[in-house]
Design a binder for this molecule. Structure first.
Ligand code: MSP
Length: 515
């Protein structure tokens, strides 16, 4: 009997659709996509869920402001998010709309499980509410009648709600954090959450009576389920909770990828809800940082904004994927600007990888009629190139597994850089001029370096690498674990085509002047 492939399940945050997708949304989804693609190329069967968070007050208000019914408005916005993901080559296996029938069933099932186990009760709620945070605040927390985060007016709400006994889960959560030290990463976020839990947890209201925009509470049509309690369950819906075949195979999720602003929902409230409902816990919550633009918080209204689609149209999705993940390490905040974009693009893509591919394939074309030459006389410098690959591949794999994409990219660049240096050191053009028999070996070794770097870089820049793979007859699908660790692998005499320039150099001044 063949062993089933190992399974891997990654989720991205379920985006609010009250506005258009921005670079922060794109960044997170790209990170998840890289992880998903990498796991697939290491032989895993992968599921990757994204989705739209539709039942928030801010979505309802945005719909009314646009003169639309919330459901129609959401459908329009969902299209914008899907278009953005397609443009960035983000390929989830499931897009869960929180308003879908499947997600409604998930939320209801979870609600009933909580109710049956005695974890919810009805009580009065009196508090200030911020529709943008979807959160209640105490008198002490608001600042001159304004939300402390959004600086917009808060509203007084007084009503009967259903409550979840979060207060009973402080101990089980502390046990979890102790048992699974990597449950929340990176460490600063874990520490932050530990102090939230140690600071004392109060029960939370999980229904709303003042709105009808949402999923009705099972058995109490006067209330709708709190938006977070139909959004977090979207992760379960993505793999067919409660009884789909995929659920048994893919849950618990290997990692929930979220922004640092929503860590508490994912690493305090969500695990407590799951414990209460008797559903296994996700293995990890990875909280990434925030992108700022030229040092400032993104804000469309203040004009601090870069339209993600425009960036793709202008520079291509590979370039944006690359620059975002290298400029903003996945465990902290990072800044983005067009000037940084150009520098990074020119250094890493045009001068490094693009240049290596172009120089290598052109030499193979010119000297060997576009066929992989035979490996003959080997020298110490060849071994050095090979050993660089042998060293960087495991570093690269481990970094991606830890969602340290910028480190993985740096590892891959070491191989690319070493190969470019190898060209300078071996100077194939002089070997050719002198009729030196080493020429074939040098070009064959270079093709191997291109092959391995193309495989490594594929999850990050899928388009350019797919073109190179097609030009070299490489397969980029299936389990590449062995391929990427073997050298040499290319068959002597196999055709190698010269493609168009992958990443034309950008003229810094001209691009900046046109902005
Ligand atoms: N709907 C909630 C998530 C529910 S998950 C069950 C939400 N939506 S959001 O649209 O506001 O944010 C979606 C994701 O984008 C979040 O992980 C958030 O942290 C992330 N980002 C929002 N702005 C960002 C940046 N400026 N930079 C990086 N990521 C950012 O929260």
């Amino acid at each position: 009997m063949t062993r089933p492939e190992p399974s891997f399940y990654v989720t991205a945050a379920i985006d609010y659709v009250n506005g258009d997708p921005h670079l922060g949304h794109a960044y997170e989804k790209i990170g998840c996509d890289v992880l998903a693609r990498h796991r697939r190329l290491r032989g895993d069967d992968v599921r990757f869920t994204v989705g739209s968070d539709e039942h928030s007050q801010s979505v309802e208000r945005a719909a009314r402001a646009a003169g639309m019914e919330p459901a129609d408005y959401c459908t329009r916005q969902v299209d914008a998010f899907k278009t953005m993901m397609r443009a960035f080559d983000v390929e989830p296996t499931s897009f869960v709309r929180t308003s879908s029938d499947a997600n409604r069933r998930t939320s209801e099932t979870l609600w009933r499980a909580l109710a049956d186990a005695g974890h919810i009760y009805k009580d009065w709620y009196r508090a200030w509410f911020c529709p943008f945070c979807e959160q209640f605040y105490t008198e002490k927390e608001i600042v001159a009648g304004m939300c402390p985060i959004h600086q917009t007016p808060v509203e007084w709400v007084e009503e009967q709600n259903w409550f979840f006994r979060l207060s009973e889960f402080a101990e089980p959560l502390l046990d979890l954090y102790e048992r699974e030290p990597d449950f929340v990463v990176p460490p600063p976020r874990r520490n932050e959450m530990l102090s939230v839990i140690r600071g004392g947890l109060t029960d939370i209201s999980i229904s709303r009576g003042f709105s009808t925009w949402g999923i009705p509470v099972p058995g109490d049509e006067s209330q709708v389920i709190w938006v977070w309690l139909d959004a977090l369950p979207a992760y379960l819906t993505g793999v067919g909770y409660p009884d789909g075949d995929d659920f048994a195979r893919f849950w618990p999720a290997d990692v929930h990828v979220v922004g640092k602003d929503i860590t508490r929902f994912h690493s305090v409230i969500w695990p407590a809800i799951l414990m209460a409902a008797g559903v296994p816990l996700p293995r990890k919550v990875h909280a990434h940082g925030f992108i700022t633009l030229a040092g400032e918080k993104m804000s469309k209204s203040r004009g601090i904004f870069i339209e993600p689609m425009q960036l793709v149209d202008q520079f291509g999705s590979d370039a944006v994927r690359w620059v975002l993940l290298s400029e903003v390490p996945f465990d902290r905040d990072g800044d983005f600007s067009i000037a940084k974009f150009i520098d990074r693009y020119n250094a890493d893509l045009a001068n490094d990888y693009g240049n290596l591919v172009s120089r290598t394939t052109k030499m193979v074309q010119r000297y060997f009629g576009g066929r992989v030459p035979a490996l003959a006389e080997r020298a110490a410098i060849d071994d050095e190139l090979r050993s660089t690959a042998a060293r960087v591949v495991p570093v690269y794999d481990a970094a991606i597994d830890d969602l340290q994409f910028s480190e993985a990219m740096a590892a891959a660049r070491q191989l690319v850089g070493r190969a470019n240096k190898y060209i300078e050191q071996t100077a194939p053009w002089t070997l050719q001029r002198d009729g030196d028999a080493r020429l074939g070996t040098v070009c064959a070794e270079l093709l191997e370096a291109v092959r391995v770097s193309t495989m490594l870089l594929h999850p990050i820049i899928p388009r350019a690498t797919a073109r190179v793979a097609a030009e070299m007859g490489l397969a980029l699908g299936g389990d590449l674990t062995d391929e990427v660790r073997s050298w040499p692998r290319l068959a002597e005499g196999a055709p190698v085509a010269v493609g168009e320039i992958l990443f034309p150099r950008l003229d810094r001044e001209a691009v900046l002047a046109a902005e």
